[in-house]
Design a protein around this ligand. Structure first.
Ligand SMILES: Cc1ncc(COP(=O)(O)O)c(C=O)c1O
Length: 482
């Protein structure tokens, strides 16, 4: 539970760990930041890490390891089959989730591929609270269709609803009846719903989804990649969870969902992925795809040291001191910005802070990529790299017209255990400056637009000279400070 400070004005989230290995950072002068973002085609994916002060593009595979994780990597058992490392990972999964049946995969999307190959046939539907990019890609690739049944409150940018990731249970029932159960490949609940701002799903809602699935004989699947944040929110926001320990929440979920999969780049503070089930009939159905796509059943394409680190990291996901750090830092950043008037997605979720760019730069139309423009401005202002989650991240319609995103967001991810609070304060300060100077921000246009996954590889340029004007204003306000 948060430590209370004597003087309320001193209250900040307090880290329950100390830093024992550090990595040097550089903060380029503003003129060089301008050059770097322009050379990267205003696409933050194309920036070089050496040019970045705070890398807030993702929380995936970039979380800080603990001393015990680093130590565990020294005893990794590098054998193709029957590795002791895999046995230790299974034991950790048993400890956390209480289940015995485990399949390894090289990361979360590989687990999704196996799941889709096993259950999705052309013309079938998968129902979920909200899609994730890679999940949807695997399902549609096999001729399946994704239907999103998020409770509509989930898409209201600013609200105080504690569980914006919840399923609309009425619609779930209605859609199952309308499409008929035999046409539903599976129902997937995404914990810590990524693309709507890392918003959690309540325990009650998850269990109700499982009940409906069991009633209709449809497999229930939990994407647990962001479950550690979600468990933290259950503990602090859901009355029935207050007196449950974290282990009993993980284990209750594992006893009710047919299948759980996750990216160990997030859950496990490491790399890799796993599919688990309490009944082995599910893992038996998926097993043959592991050697086909991943590697033998005791490593699944993962490097053994990562498996050891994931095993220890999973145990740490039981520890409220560890799992509270990310959400508390994010809540701090969101509050700082919200108090100043910067439009952010509320309430604070897991994963990161999301700036609502449609309100920051309301005059920039969708087809001049407002979230990417704000992303470039935040980099110029502070050497801070965020990720565009708006129209730039969409794909054009087959006839070439733009598909405008429902929300134009810039995500500032907060990797777990990585940043200090002074860095979070620095980030808030620079974003406030961007907000105060938002009128200077202009649009972007493509110079190279790939047909597929354009947000990864595409390049854009500023319309006009607004970035040079932003730099001039920075110099005026900050003098020769970096
Ligand atoms: C909710 C969710 N599911 C699945 C994935 C895919 O995991 P990975 O990046 O390990 O392939 C991610 C990754 O960001 C995610 O956030």
């Amino acid at each position: 539970m948060p430590v209370k400070f004597y003087l309320p004005e001193n209250q900040v989230p307090l880290e329950m760990h100390k830093v024992r290995v550090v990595q040097k950072l550089t903060l380029l002068p503003v003129g060089e930041r301008l050059k770097a973002i322009q050379e990267a085609g205003n696409n933050t994916f194309l920036l070089q890490n050496r040019d970045i002060y705070m890398d807030m593009i993702t929380d995936s595979g970039v979380n800080a390891m603990s001393d015990l994780q680093v130590a565990s990597m020294q005893i990794a058992d590098d054998s193709y089959a029957g590795s002791e490392t895999f046995n230790r990972a299974k034991a950790a999964i048993k400890e956390v989730f209480g289940v015995d049946n485990v399949l390894p995969a090289h990361q979360g999307r590989a687990a999704e591929n196996i799941l889709a190959e096993t259950f999705v046939k052309p013309g079938m539907f998968t129902l979920m609270n909200f899609h994730f990019t890679t999940t949807k890609a695997h399902i549609t690739r096999l001729g399946g269709e994704v239907l999103e049944l998020l409770d509509k409150k989930g898409l209201i940018p600013q609200s105080d609803d504690p569980f914006k990731g919840n399923f609309d249970l009425k619609r779930l029932r209605a859609v199952i009846k309308e499409k008929t159960p035999d046409k539903i490949a599976f129902v997937r609940v995404e914990s810590g719903t990524n693309l709507i701002g890392g918003q959690p799903v309540s325990l009650e809602n998850m269990l109700a989804v499982c009940d409906i699935c069991h009633e209709f004989g449809i497999p229930s699947v939990l994407d647990a990649s962001l479950l550690q944040d979600n468990v933290y929110f259950m503990k602090v926001r859901e009355p029935r969870c207050k007196y449950m320990d974290t282990r009993s929440i993980y284990q209750l979920l594992a006893s009710r969902f047919d299948i759980i999969y996750f990216s160990a780049r997030k859950l496990g503070f490491s790399r890799g992925g796993f599919i688990i089930a309490s009944d082995r009939k599910w893992t038996d159905r998926m097993m043959e795809f592991v050697p086909l796509y991943e590697g033998f059943l005791t490593y699944g394409g993962m490097e053994v040291r990562s498996i050891e680190a994931a095993a220890q990291g999973l145990l740490e996901s039981l520890d409220m001191d560890y799992i509270s750090q990310g959400p508390e830092f994010i809540a701090y950043l969101v509050k700082e910005l919200d108090d100043y008037g910067v439009p952010v997605i509320k309430p604070a979720g897991g994963l990161g802070c999301h700036l609502n760019c449609s309100e920051i730069v309301p005059d920039i139309p969708h087809d001049q990529y407002p979230a990417a423009a704000v992303g470039a401005a935040v980099f110029i202002a502070g050497g801070i790299r965020g990720m565009e989650r708006g129209t730039m991240s969409e794909q054009r319609e087959p006839d070439g017209t733009e598909r405008f995103a429902e929300l134009e967001l810039l995500r500032l991810a907060v990797p777990r255990r990585v940043f200090t609070l002074s860095q979070i304060k620095y980030c808030a300060d620079r974003v406030k400056w961007v907000w105060d100077n938002r009128k200077l921000i202009g649009g972007l246009r493509w110079t190279q637009e790939p047909k597929v996954l354009r947000f990864f590889f595409g390049r854009m340029e500023e319309i006009g000279y607004w970035q040079e004007e932003l730099v001039a204003k920075f110099r005026k306000d900050f003098g020769d400070s970096l």
